[in-house]
Design a binder for this molecule. Structure first.
Ligand code: PLP
Length: 429
């Protein structure tokens, strides 16, 4: 089998995510035969560094021997069982560990990030309903992204994904994200948020936020103090705080969870992506006993949270998640990453000298360089993607923002290759 053969067969039957399919008349689709560590291998014998962790999910490399073995072990016992009325060992273990790690009391599972957002939104709205209040609005930040299902899209604010569907969105309110990483910007944004809350808080169930980095929002980063101020405001006005740590959780920002850097404890936390080390779809919404108890009563009071997904609590996915947490425990990953974070920061310095760079920014294992001076119609990001692929590095810019978000097991040498290659490509534009 060659790349060309598989591509032709794929395009005959498949519609890919987040893609204008006509692009594939010019741009080859890349069939991947196998992957190991940071490398993806195609059918023509090329290999590519997976610089974006296969859409931010992979933590410890592809085909990780330990995670493989744990999934294999689980596969011999139980692959999946309905999760209403039944339970299993992997999910009990996982839930105990997640609660111990985060300080939350209860886990509600889903099978992808967007579904976890839907759960958190519905649960927070439903909490107030059970208390006898109807609060139809949610607040989110400008430039935010929370997924693609209708509810998640409605609390998001990336025009490219949302604008087409505006007539069918639920009503949401947006408050400005801090404009940069300064403390001043954090305070300004908190002031704006308070103005909105003063007016609307009685109609609002929850504030939802991506802590520290708005990843899909062009890797926009802001000061942790904003989260602290926003949390205080949510408490003052009696609305829930939902932390969407789907992209930033599990060490991405330099701490196990991004909220730790602000010293806050949200009312809900949504996790997915890195939860299974990038192996299998799984998501969880963590919350408190206080929320749980608002739903806990005799059946005939009809206050239960009657939400479900067929694959909720999949045993193989939970085994992958437990294996991922094992690695965090055994290998002191967050501390080890800290050295790599510093190394990446040094490597980024040279981008600042290029005339076509508008900004260089980094939060933990997320690093971004913003290109300036090109007409959006030229699709400069796509050019960088194509040229880097030819040189063995897979990078997938967001508009004109080129970012690195590699698996944590990337070696220093591979960091050099990844960054130097992209640097050369950008320099040569
Ligand atoms: C990816 C992402 C989601 C959606 O998760 P899916 O599994 O893709 O549905 C939600 N929020 C954030 C911050 C994300 O990065």
């Amino acid at each position: 089998m060659t790349n060309a053969e598989l591509m032709a067969r794929d395009l005959a039957y498949i519609w890919h995510p987040c893609t204008q399919m006509k692009d594939h008349e010019q741009i080859p689709l890349i069939p991947i035969k196998r992957a190991k560590g940071v490398y993806l291998y195609d059918f023509d014998g090329n290999r590519y560094i997976d610089s974006i962790s296969s859409w931010w999910v992979n933590l410890f490399g592809h085909s990780n021997e330990y995670i493989n073995s744990k999934i294999n072990e689980q596969l011999q016992k139980l692959e999946h069982v309905i999760f209403a009325g039944f339970t299993h060992e992997q999910i009990v273990k996982l839930s105990e560990r997640l609660c111990a790690l985060t300080g939350f009391d209860k886990c509600f599972y889903a099978d992808n990030g967007s579904s976890a957002i839907e759960v958190a939104l519905k649960m927070s709205f439903h909490y107030f309903k059970n208390r006898g209040e109807t609060r139809p609005y949610f607040v989110s930040l400008t430039n935010s992204y929370h997924g693609e299902t209708l509810g998640a899209l409605a609390v998001g604010d990336v025009e490219l994904y949302k604008d087409t569907y505006k007539e069918i969105m639920i009503k949401t309110l947006q408050t400005p994200v801090p404009k940069d990483r300064s403390l001043e910007a954090a305070k300004d944004a908190a002031k704006e948020f308070e103005k909105l809350l003063e007016k609307e808080h009685k109609n609002i169930s929850a504030f939802i936020v991506e802590p520290l980095v708005q990843c899909a929002g062009y890797m926009h980063m802001y000061h942790p103090n904003f989260l602290k101020l926003a949390k205080e405001l949510c408490e003052k006005y009696g609305i829930f705080f939902i932390a969407d740590e789907i992209a930033v959780g599990f060490g991405r920002t330099g701490t196990m969870f991004a909220c730790e850097q602000a010293g806050i404890k949200p009312d809900f936390m949504c996790l997915s992506k890195g939860l299974t080390g990038g192996y299998l779809p799984l998501a969880v919404v963590l919350t408190t006993d206080e929320v749980y108890e608002m739903f806990y009563c005799d059946y005939n009071e009809f206050k239960a949270f009657l939400h479900s997904h067929s694959y909720t609590g999949n045993a193989l996915a939970c085994a992958a998640a437990n294996a991922t947490l094992d690695i965090f425990e055994k290998e002191d990953v967050v501390a080890k990453n800290a050295k790599k974070v510093t190394y990446i920061a040094q490597k980024l310095e040279k981008f600042k000298e290029l005339p076509n760079i508008a900004d260089v920014r980094q939060t933990g294992m997320i690093a971004a360089v913003e290109i300036k001076g090109y007409d959006p119609a030229k699709r400069i990001g796509l050019q960088i993607n194509q040229e880097s692929l030819k040189r063995g590095v897979f990078i997938r810019p967001l508009g004109s923002v080129v970012y690195f978000m590699p698996p944590y097991i990337i070696s220093y040498e591979e960091v050099d290759t990844m960054i130097d290659t992209v640097y050369d490509v950008i320099k040569g534009l």
